[in-house]
Write a protein that binds this ligand. Structure first.
Ligand SMILES: Cc1ncc(COP(=O)(O)O)c(C=O)c1O
Length: 388
């Protein structure tokens, strides 16, 4: 392996770069999770976590990956044989569907081309056709990390309401939380799924479920087997500042520090920063003469951009060149997009010059891998960064 100086550029769409302040916060002595100090810590922390989700209700924090939080959302709200409506927006929507099926749910999976988000009109149509109200939940991946497409959750909610359908709305915000505008309460979401390693700028290891009142009520009758994922004992113990099992104390220290950073910047400015970096990235892609995978400008992702290469080029070769020569990791194409796209993560702890360096590395990598690109791409991104 080539020796590199300087810092590695981790520009995949999560895990993201962990700020030094957060790393230092994690590197503190672990304390007694049944002691008074820990209870005080948790009671201060949880309301601040809720604010990131835009909720005043409970947020259950698990020692888990995002996949665990997906499972928690399903097993707490649904029963074996329940029908759920889901949309093939990309790799992660497909994985969530597979999980739902493996748990014994029946999934109406609306096909998609992996370039668009959930179509609110399709939600309206499917729910209007379901006159017996057999569909128990609608599953939406807010930001499809495999494609860089963001679904319009408020319009989806409006479609559910217009159909006067009682289905729960379960939303995966794994690559949008703390990066893109998101409002659990205001948008009428029933369960929001999140995790630590993306917009929250933490290492992997925390999964989240924000739980709305309708979801909490559904948990009372949901019959899918659950034990570790059961919300009830966590919510009950959290009221006193504790957990029903050993919590990941040091990751929670990191979470507190990450929240301090986000609070200092202010969520609206965090969202605007992500949108601006996404715009600069798309300017570069267009300048290179390449295509952004996302087909609908209303659905451009603020946290990552998937770049489609001409058929004759292998996107993984570009990624290899970029890694070998410039010590930068870019996201690979997942599922049916393998080899066709690479993904640029521009979320989390990032500033204008990190992005400029990232895009310079991508441009050099494309040139060295033999992809014919216009060198004006980088300049187009700098123009956005200069003026915005
Ligand atoms: C949108 C989305 N959902 C779910 C997951 C799965 O999360 P994890 O890999 O932490 O289990 C990911 C992972 O990147 C994701 O991007």
């Amino acid at each position: 392996m080539t020796a590199h100086s300087g810092r590695h550029f981790l520009q995949i769409p999560g895990p993201t770069n962990v700020p030094d302040r957060v790393l230092r916060a994690i590197a503190q002595p672990t304390i007694d999770h049944r002691g008074a100090d820990f209870a005080a810590f948790t009671l201060d922390l949880l309301p601040r976590v809720r604010a990131v989700f835009g909720t005043t209700g409970p947020v259950v924090v698990y020692p888990s990956s995002g996949t665990g939080a997906w499972e928690a959302a399903l097993v707490n709200t649904l029963s074996p044989g329940d029908r759920v409506l889901a949309f093939e927006t990309g790799h992660f929507a497909t994985l969530w569907r597979e999980m739902a099926e493996s748990l014994g749910l029946v999934v109406d999976f609306v096909p998609g081309d992996w370039r668009r988000g959930v179509d609110p009109a399709a939600v309206a149509e499917r729910l209007a056709a379901d006159r017996e109200h057999g569909i128990a939940a609608v599953l939406v991946v807010h930001n499809e990390t495999s494609t860089g497409v963001t679904s319009r959750v408020p319009e989806i909610r409006a479609a559910i309401d217009a159909a006067e359908h009682p289905a729960l709305l379960l939303v995966d915000t794994i690559s949008s939380l703390a990066s893109l505008d998101y409002r659990h309460d205001e948008w009428g979401v029933d369960v929001t799924v999140g995790c630590s390693q993306k917009g929250l700028m933490l290492p992997p290891g925390l999964g989240f479920n924000a739980v709305g009142p309708k979801a909490l009520a559904a948990a009372g009758t949901a019959r899918l087997p659950r034990s570790y994922w059961d919300w009830a004992p966590v919510i009950e113990a959290n009221e006193r500042g504790f957990y029903p099992y050993t919590p990941p104390t040091n990751l929670l220290y990191g979470l507190r520090e990450a929240l301090t950073l986000l609070e200092a910047e202010g969520l609206p400015r965090v969202f605007a920063r992500h949108a601006r970096h996404a715009e600069a990235t798309r300017a570069a892609v267009r300048g290179w003469g390449l295509q952004v995978l996302c087909a609908d400008p209303r659905e451009y992702s603020g946290s990552l951009t998937a770049v489609l290469l001409p058929e004759e080029h292998d996107a993984d070769r570009v990624r290899r060149v970029v890694l070998d020569r410039f010590d930068m990791s870019l996201g690979t194409g997942l599922g049916r997009l393998a080899g066709r796209v690479f993904r640029i993560g521009h979320l989390g702890d990032l500033n204008d010059l990190t992005l400029a360096g990232t895009l310079a590395g991508v441009q050099l990598g494309l040139e060295l891998a033999g992809v014919a690109v216009e060198p004006t791409g980088l300049q187009a991104a700098l123009d956005v960064l200069r003026t915005a």
